[in-house]
Design a protein around this ligand. Structure first.
Ligand code: UN1
Length: 495
């Protein structure tokens, strides 16, 4: 019998008021049913927010270093359970074990970073313009944080949001992607084991109805969302209307630029990992490859051969390099784009269909696919596919490559392969993205550096590193006048 999971609301594991559930199946083998999870509605979210409001009152009074100590314990528990969580994560998400272990490691790093931030959380002390007056700023928690997370990093992305939100003293209501609910279920169990007051964390499973209520709920002043640009735009409109603080992390169409002087062996390893790691389902995935015309044909041939050797399979089996897509709709989308590529006259270099092996019949697998001959305005060079489809473009000069890189609506990550140090620095200046890599692919951001993009990828906020702590806290400025007289700022000091 598959297990029926519950929400975690008001300190208890509870069934949804809707009495509705959805199934969570293994994308590498859809006969493998992991469990049934609550398809929650507005009433469940309301109950979670009411309890989280209580939780906020208590948790925000716990000193920040003590909050950090609990997150340190969460990090230790993630270390203890790394292998177990990685295996369960591969089972529900599909990416290979090496990657789900990396996903847990990102959570561990984020926990330890958060723990150390508990002893910083700096404000400023600055001189007042008046005598005998003190002026300083400090950072206060905001309230209940509503977190909506995607399927592709089932543990890491929830931790990117949850740990800094908690460290700053907020309480959290999280609605994870309905494709990967089990991983966050395990994470919440660890938070409780580490000693987090139960009301500080609320887990509400579900789909659009639950997410929408969280965004609209007047008791949730902070929303953080990672997902599609279309959903992010709708959330942005709603949060604008309600004057909520909002962090959006959305689409990408990330390019790797390979110059004619590049180390081509290095670039080859980089593109295989950047384009086909996580089956292309990263917002940072390398989905455009810009090749200098002098190396274009040679490199493309080698790349096609290498891509054909990638081993698709169940991510829990040794030797698998590329897992399945997350669900049928994701594979349908890839197939639609492959048809568009053919219609637009692009050259299908390799892939372009489902694998034939009976071994892969029950999963949402799709061959690593490469199209060449794209123009900068081709749909495959403009639109996010979120699958194992790489679009290759040819360029003649560094300036042209920069123009092509910048000529899309997204601006998350970019990459340049070259041995020319001047070009490397020009790329860091001129590529219009939140992240630029030199001699490394577009994926692999580290947990202690700010993560995010420009243009339609985001709305100006960053996750990770020190910057996310500004998002989850409110700056308050305090003045104390100890002169015993009325001192009028901007008037008494300069008259
Ligand atoms: C995402 O796909 O939303 O840099 C995040 C990377 C990962 C995070 C990706 N550390 O590719």
């Amino acid at each position: 019998m598959p297990k029926t999971f519950r929400n975690f609301i008001a300190g208890r594991w509870v069934a949804p008021t809707t009495r509705a559930y959805f199934e969570n199946r293994n994308p590498a083998n859809t006969r493998d049913l992991i469990g049934r999870f609550p398809d929650s509605g507005a009433a469940d979210v309301n109950a979670a927010v009411a309890s989280a409001t209580e939780g906020f009152r208590k948790w925000s009074r716990v000193p920040a270093p003590a909050r950090g100590d609990i997150l340190k314990r969460v990090g230790d528990l993630l270390v203890r359970d790394k292998e177990l969580i990685a295996r369960q994560m591969t089972r529900e998400m599909g990416k290979v074990l090496a990657e789900t272990r990396g996903d847990v490691q990102e959570g561990i790093d984020t926990a330890y970073y958060a723990a150390s931030e508990g002893r910083r959380l700096f404000g400023h002390t600055v001189p007042s313009e008046l005598t005998a007056k003190w002026a300083m700023s400090y950072r206060r928690p905001i309230g209940v944080a509503g977190l909506i997370t995607p399927f592709n990093f089932p543990l890491a992305i929830p931790t990117w949001k949850m740990f800094p939100a908690l460290l700053c003293g907020n309480s959290v209501v999280i609605k994870p992607s309905e494709d990967v609910p089990h991983t966050v279920h395990m994470l919440v169990e660890l938070l409780l084991e580490a000693g987090l007051p139960p009301e500080a964390i609320q887990l509400v499973h579900g789909a659009k109805a639950a997410g929408q209520r969280l965004v609209e709920h007047p008791g949730v002043p902070v929303i953080s969302f990672t997902g599609s640009t279309a959903t992010g735009a709708a959330i942005g409109a709603e949060c604008g209307r309600l004057h909520k603080r909002l962090s959006l992390e959305m689409g990408g169409k990330n390019a790797m630029i390979v110059m004619d002087d590049a180390d081509l062996d290095l670039a080859l390893d980089g593109i295989l990992w950047g384009a086909f790691g996580t089956t292309g389902q990263r917002c940072t995935a390398t989905s455009r490859l810009l090749l200098h015309r002098k190396i274009h044909d040679r490199f493309l041939r080698r790349l096609a051969e290498a891509a054909e050797k990638l081993v698709m399979g169940d991510g829990r089996k040794a030797g698998s390099q590329v897992g399945p897509l997350i669900h049928e709709a994701a594979r349908d989308k890839v197939e639609r784009y492959v048809a568009i590529g053919k219609q637009e006259g692009l050259e299908l270099v390799t892939g372009g269909r489902r694998p034939r092996s009976p071994r892969l019949r029950n999963g949402w697998f799709y061959q690593p696919t490469i199209f060449a001959g794209a123009k900068p305005k081709s749909r495959l060079a403009q639109e996010e596919i979120f699958g194992p489809v790489l679009t290759v473009l040819r360029f003649g000069s560094f300036e042209e490559a920069v123009r092509i890189n910048n000529g899309v609506r997204y601006g998350l990550s970019s990459s340049l392969y070259t041995r020319n140090v001047n070009l490397a620095f020009r790329a860091m200046r001129d590529l219009d993205n939140g992240i630029t890599y030199v001699n490394a692919p577009t994926i692999g951001a580290e947990a202690h550096l700010p993560f995010g993009g420009v243009k339609e990828t985001g709305n100006g906020h960053r996750e990770g590193g020190w910057e996310v702590y500004h998002f989850y806290s409110e700056t308050k400025v305090c003045y104390a006048d100890y002169s015993g007289t009325l001192q009028r700022a901007q008037i008494d000091n300069y008259d």
